[in-house]
Design a protein around this ligand. Structure first.
Ligand SMILES: Cc1cc2nc3c(=O)[nH]c(=O)nc-3n(C[C@H](O)[C@H](O)[C@H](O)COP(=O)(O)O)c2cc1C
Length: 333
């Protein structure tokens, strides 16, 4: 498969893993990169620059192939802007293949000096966006690629509530950059549809979480197999609305409590114990899925097995070719 994304990143298949706090580790990133797709090392896993440096080096010990480093540019107590700036400089210093920015754009959040730094280092910068105007801004300030994520996605979709099916073709007609489609992507049919709608590849996270290479408690994998497409919900619209965002997560006890707090106008101090990343970190490992805000996408309804990352990617590529062939057959019959 050859698309603008495979060419840009030097990868075999146009499939990328999205950032996943606590889960997108060197081991998972390398396992995915070794399939010919693009693994993701999420910088939010680390509290210090040296920890990220060590994680990049560890990933390189496990794979000689390209991977992308996620930097989530959202206000955070644990990850102040100075640390995110340091993460960005480390990615340039270590000359990683690419940086995935999710949240506010680099020029506005980290500062105008950062994009030129990446260009100088030969590091590609991709921006994950949820609106057409953010895609246009990304093109204007020199990003190399974008990911367009509709509100099906797990994590922090834009508050506009527009689906990938609608956003993707509009963005593909509005900007001239390589595009990854995200939100609802799980298999070769998704990949074929994304290519038909104007994307150059897909980005997925929930689907990669549901692989043997993602080391979570077995009860988490079982929960993903059991849940359906309507088992996720949107929340935190008051807390995150000012940033244009909201959260999509598993509908569980914690999400109900978060909803109650938002409804009675509770503030951040009341919400923090419920939404803290530390809670999610524990739950991925102890398997008690009711007790943290677990960011998963509607794609959860289309996940019916736990393959290895290699099995998943191979199957997707074969399925995409088959799906495109069958679609052509339908219209030419
Ligand atoms: C478990 C999990 C953790 C995530 N953590 C992050 C994160 O730290 N930073 C980020 O930008 N996006 C994060 N996301 C969002 C994904 O990178 C991606 O945008 C989204 O999940 C794509 O939709 P999908 O899950 O339906 O494939 C996370 C998603 C999941 C499933």
């Amino acid at each position: 498969m050859k698309t603008r994304i495979t060419e840009l990143f030097g990868i075999k298949y146009p499939i990328q893993c999205g950032g996943m706090l606590w889960l997108a580790t060197p081991e998972l990133a390398a396992a995915i990169s070794n399939t010919g797709a693009m693994g993701n090392l999420t910088s939010g896993n680390y509290n210090k620059g040296d920890e990220l440096r060590a994680a990049i080096d560890r990933t390189r010990e496990l794979t000689a192939l390209p991977f992308i480093v996620n930097i989530t540019t959202m206000p955070s107590i644990r990850l102040p802007v100075e640390l995110l700036q340091e993460f960005f400089r480390i990615c340039c210093e270590r000359k990683v293949t690419a940086i995935e920015i999710a949240g506010a754009p680099v020029d506005k959040f980290l500062g105008p000096a950062y994009m030129p730094l990446a260009k100088e280092a030969g590091v590609k910068v991709l921006h994950k966006v949820g609106t057409v105007r953010h895609a246009e801004h990304a093109q204007k300030v020199g990003y190399d690629a974008i990911t367009i994520a509709g509100f099906e996605e797990g994590g922090f979709p834009h508050k506009d509530n527009v689906s990938t099916l609608v956003l993707l073709p509009i963005v593909a007609e509005s900007v001239d950059l390589p595009i990854l489609a995200a939100g609802g992507m799980v298999d070769g049919k998704s990949l074929a549809a994304a290519l038909a709608l104007g994307a150059d590849g897909v980005m997925m996270a929930t689907r990669f979480l549901a692989t043997k290479d993602c080391k979570v408690h077995p009860a988490i994998h079982q929960m993903i197999l059991d849940k359906k497409e309507n088992d996720t919900g949107l929340g935190l619209r008051k807390l995150l609305g000012n940033f244009g965002l909201q959260v999509r997560a598993l509908r569980n006890d914690i999400m109900k409590r978060i909803e109650e707090v938002e409804e009675h106008g509770g503030d951040f101090t009341e919400l923090f114990p419920l939404i803290s990343g530390e809670r999610a970190r524990q739950v991925w490992q102890n398997g008690d899925a009711e007790h943290a805000m677990l960011t998963v996408g509607q794609s959860i309804g289309r996940i019916n097995d736990i393959p290895t990352a290699a099995e998943l990617v191979q199957r997707m590529v074969a399925e995409a070719e088959e799906a495109l062939r069958l679609s052509l057959k339908k219209i030419t019959a």
